[in-house]
Structures are given as C-alpha cells and as structure tokens.
Design a protein around this ligand. Structure first.
Ligand code: SF4
Length: 259
C-alpha cells in the first residue's frame, strides 16, 4: 500500500478533518517515517525495516525560518490558518529541540497569527520527560493518542519501540487537566493472523473508564482515512463511531467524530 509522506518542514495549509484550516509543521525527515511507534494503520507507512533510523532532522533554526516565511506570506494575503499543527512523518516530540521549537512557535504565532491555535498530534510516549510535558502544555491543543486501555492492544495496534503501560499514560494525561485532548483511532480487521478490533464491548468499557479517569477537555474519535501499510484493516462505520462518541458525551465530555 502507498505511504503518504510530507516533503517539507512547513506544509499546507490543509483542510483538516479535526482542526479546520491547518498549517502543518513536520519535525521529522522528509524522505521517510521516523517514529517510536509503528502503528499498523499509519498513513506514513512503516518505519524503514521496522527500525527507527537516525536520519537528519531539520534544525530548530531551519524550522523557525520556514515557519516565519510561511506565516509572513499568509499574513500578507490575509489567509491565516485556524491551527498551526505539529504533525508530519512521525512523532514530533522525539525531536531533541522540541521544547525550544514550541517556544519559537508561540513567539511566531503571537507575532503573525495571534488567533491561530497551536496543536500537537502526539503519541504521548515522551511525556515521562518533564521538558516534553511542559512544552506540550504550552500548546493550545495537546492531542494525545490513546487507542486502547489494554497494554496488549496497544502492543498490537501501535507496535511501540519500548513497552508502554496504559496506567502510566493515564496518569500523565491526567496531569494536563482539561487542556488534554485524547485522540483515539478505531480500526477493525486482521494483522498477522490476530483479530484487530478496539470497538468490542470489552475494549470500549475499559476505554470509557480510562477517559473518565483522565477527564480530558475533549475526545477526538476517528478511523482510517487513507491507505494503511497493511491491506487487512478496514474503517469503522460512522454509525459505530457516533455510538462511541455518545458514551463519552453522556458524561459531559465533548467528543468529536471524524469519519
Ligand atoms: S504514532 Fe502517528 S506517526 Fe507514529 S506510527 Fe503511529 S500513526 Fe504513525
């Protein structure tokens, strides 16, 4: 299946399903995915050889210059984005200068696009590093991934480079209070002979409890939108996604569905 890779440091703006008109920032290499997860549904494809490669990352200075150039142009044409979003070809928080880059982005946003929200799409694996957690808290929208409340399902869906404990993640998410936005990808199918389905009653009961413990400001629920690295997965229906959202909304927590 084809991989969808971003070939620039600053890309777009694109019309995002979740964030409106979004200007993207890719802190990862432009030629391949670089992530400490290897999600079986990742639209960027697989990590090369299932290994995290030490490719050259853009420098803090290059990112600052690229973002300033883009925002200046957008300001001049009076087309500023709704969001400035850290996304791209992998996990942004693994960039060694992530904290400084967030500071730069806040400075540039305040100067050129004061109404744009800074969003970070993160798999939350680096939250144990205080500097990363503090930097994420400077974003308007830290959007943190939690695809299941079971370690075994995380292992299957996300294929982390190091073992992940959901209990630890829930504690870290909770420290964000209402600022936390949880993102969950729902997917069904088969992978390497194992059934993939984080929409079963057992999965959803445990996930709902995890969300209640975290008590986030919002939950983003979505499913596959582009090609996945394996062709044995399928989208979850819009009806099912809306049912899942209703479980969260009944507790007074906003839930957004992207089909
Ligand atoms: S965390 Fe995001 S970038 Fe990393 S493998 Fe998963 S979907 Fe891809």
């Amino acid at each position: 299946m084809s991989a969808f890779l971003f070939d620039e440091i600053v890309f777009g703006p694109v019309q995002s399903r979740r964030l409106g008109v979004s200007l993207g920032i890719n802190l990862l290499p432009v030629a391949c995915k670089y992530c400490n997860f290897d999600c079986i549904y990742c639209e960027c494809g697989w990590n090369a050889d299932h290994q995290i490669k030490k490719n050259a990352l853009p420098t803090r200075q290059e990112i600052y210059a690229a973002l300033e150039r883009k925002l200046t142009g957008m300001q001049q044409s009076d087309k500023l984005p709704d969001a400035i979003t850290f996304a791209g070809n992998g996990e942004p928080t693994i960039h060694p200068d992530f904290s400084g880059i967030i500071d730069d982005t806040v400075t540039l946003r305040n100067r050129y696009a004061p109404y744009s929200k800074i969003s970070v799409l993160s798999n939350a694996t680096m939250l144990h590093r205080q500097k990363v957690a503090d930097a994420l808290k400077k974003a308007d929208m830290p959007i943190l991934k939690l695809d299941s409340a079971f370690d075994t399902t995380i292992q299957l869906l996300n294929q982390p480079a190091k073992k992940i404990s959901v209990t630890g993640l829930i504690e870290q998410f909770s420290s964000f209070g209402k600022q936390c936005i949880v993102q969950t990808m729902f997917v069904q199918g088969v992978y390497r002979g194992q059934t993939v389905d984080n929409t079963t009653p057992v999965e959803l009961d445990a996930w709902e409890q995890a969300i209640l413990t975290i008590c986030p400001g919002q939950v983003m629920i979505y499913t596959i939108a582009r090609d996945t690295p394996t062709d044995t997965l399928r989208k979850v229906s819009g009806e099912k996604l809306r049912e899942i959202a209703a479980r969260i909304k009944k507790h007074g927590i906003p839930a957004q569905v992207s089909e």
